[in-house]
Design a protein around this ligand. Structure first.
Ligand SMILES: CC(C)(COP(=O)(O)OP(=O)(O)OC[C@H]1O[C@@H](n2cnc3c(N)ncnc32)[C@H](O)[C@@H]1OP(=O)(O)O)[C@@H](O)C(=O)NCCC(=O)NCCS
Length: 173
């Protein structure tokens, strides 16, 4: 972890971010709702929506983990503009490069994200969804205080016919 730094994603990071995301979606289809084939065709500019204040207005920020300039981890936080749900943030796109797993990068991304959310006016809780078989991710989320408030059966269907459930988790900030 020593040489890895964490900071908000900036425009020049988008190429590295897309490379990481495409690789993780291809390697871990069970972990994400987006499919690798569709996403790999997206152009770079479409990822501007994941920068702070991004074009769709829903992204609060994306934090990236950098190892000597290479994007090796990322976590995006979204918040809807609608007034009645503005107290809720959502975490999406948690990923750490396979080459860098198990070194505390996911935990550091999550801790930095929660600290930012706690410092953001008007937020009361943060949610996420995670495939029920993803023990590594669930273990990480539970260890920082996320609890399960529901489970969606048949949440994603994979090309090989598997139907996977998702746990819905939340953390009070
Ligand atoms: C889930 C993921 C983000 C974790 O990132 P990471 O950098 O490897 O995690 P860390 O090294 O920070 O580990 C943090 C905690 O995760 C849990 N964990 C990590 N690997 C684990 C494993 N193989 N089995 C069980 N728990 C594990 C542990 O609770 C660990 O706590 P510890 O630090 O006390 O050991 C990463 O494995 C990943 O990108 N996986 C593929 C994509 C994915 O599943 N994303 C989540 C979608 S919801």
């Amino acid at each position: 972890m020593a040489e890895v730094s964490i900071r908000p994603m900036l425009e020049p990071d988008l190429l590295g971010y897309k490379a990481l995301r495409d690789a993780i979606l291809a390697g871990h289809p069970e972990a994400f709702t987006s499919d690798a084939e569709t996403e790999s065709l997206r152009d770079l500019a479409s990822y501007r929506s994941r920068l702070a204040g991004g074009t769709n207005g829903g992204t609060l920020f994306t934090l990236v983990a950098l190892d000597r300039g290479r994007v090796v981890g990322a976590l995006t936080c979204e918040r809807e503009p609608r007034r009645k749900v503005q107290h809720i943030a959502h975490l999406v796109g948690m990923m750490v490069a396979d080459t860098h797993r198990g070194r505390g990068i996911g935990r550091a991304l999550l801790a930095a994200t929660i600290a930012r959310l706690q410092a953001t006016d008007g937020l009361a809780q943060v949610t996420l969804s995670v495939t029920t078989s993803n023990r590594a991710a669930i273990g990480l989320y539970e260890s920082v205080g996320f609890t399960r408030y529901g489970r969606l059966p048949d949440a994603i269907r994979l090309p090989d016919g598997r139907r996977l459930d998702k746990d819905l988790m939340a953390l009070r900030l």
